[in-house]
Design a protein around this ligand. Structure first.
Ligand SMILES: [Zn+2]
Length: 236
């Protein structure tokens, strides 16, 4: 699906300009999917801190509950509020590096899950380090109403990192594991959470399915042609 989002014609740079993808409403996976393959080449959509800032702005439109005070009930950690003590996020190189580290950890653990491998300890440690910066607290919603919130000890970076880590925690412990998939197209590296009723989705997008199928068809034809030419060879 990413290829259609390529609009390199307007830019003379070597890296094509690619749009961020939001596939299944899971923040942790939205982050993982900021690495894409376009025409066989892998691209990291996070080159600068500004890229991450632009992505986060789009996150806020795709996850409106995360705007301002981040929401999630105690039984369902995905809805826990992460309350920002300071609204200003410092979009710095250290934050870019930390987000890339968290992204790599989530990709590794997603791969471990779908491939049924033992969990990578280092990836777990990376995520746990971010989770350790958050703590549950009570907040007064209105009048006699109290609500559970998550606060972050890292005012400038925790407002981004903690919601991502909580989303991963929710995905790995509360979600239905059989719904987590890597796109079946082996030339695609996107992950998605299948929310269809039948839970039979295999592709990140219809385009990816069509491309993979036409490639499969092409390989099949090639194989048949090779087989036929073998059969036609004279016997010695
Ligand atoms: Zn795909």
């Amino acid at each position: 699906m990413v290829e259609e989002q390529l609009h390199s014609e307007s830019r003379q740079t070597s890296t094509p300009r690619l749009d961020y993808v939001f596939l299944s409403g899971v923040l942790a996976l939205d982050l993982v999917n900021t690495e894409v393959i376009v025409r066989g080449k892998r691209y990291d959509l996070f080159s600068t801190p500004e890229d991450v800032a632009r992505w986060w702005q789009e996150v806020l439109t795709h996850h409106p509950a995360r705007r301002g005070r981040f929401i999630a009930p105690i039984a369902d950690l995905s809805a826990f509020k992460v309350k920002e003590e300071m609204p200003a996020i410092m979009w710095s190189l250290p934050l870019l590096e930390r987000i890339k580290g968290v992204r790599a950890a989530i990709r590794t653990l997603c791969t471990n899950l779908v491939e049924q491998q033992p969990f990578d300890r280092e990836a777990l440690t990376t995520l746990n380090a971010i989770l350790a910066t958050g703590y549950p607290a009570l907040d007064v919603a209105s009048g006699q109403e109290m609500v559970p919130v998550y606060r972050t000890r890292e005012a400038d970076q925790g407002a981004v990192l903690l919601p991502i880590a909580l989303s991963a925690l929710h995905l790995f412990t509360q979600a239905e594991k059989h719904r987590l998939h890597k796109c079946k197209n082996d030339r695609c590296i996107l992950f998605f959470y299948d929310t269809t009723k039948s839970a039979t989705r295999q592709w990140c997008s219809l385009d990816c399915m069509n491309r993979a199928r036409s490639l499969q068809h092409y390989r099949h034809i090639k194989k048949e042609q090779a087989f036929n030419s073998l059969e036609l060879q004279p016997q010695h």
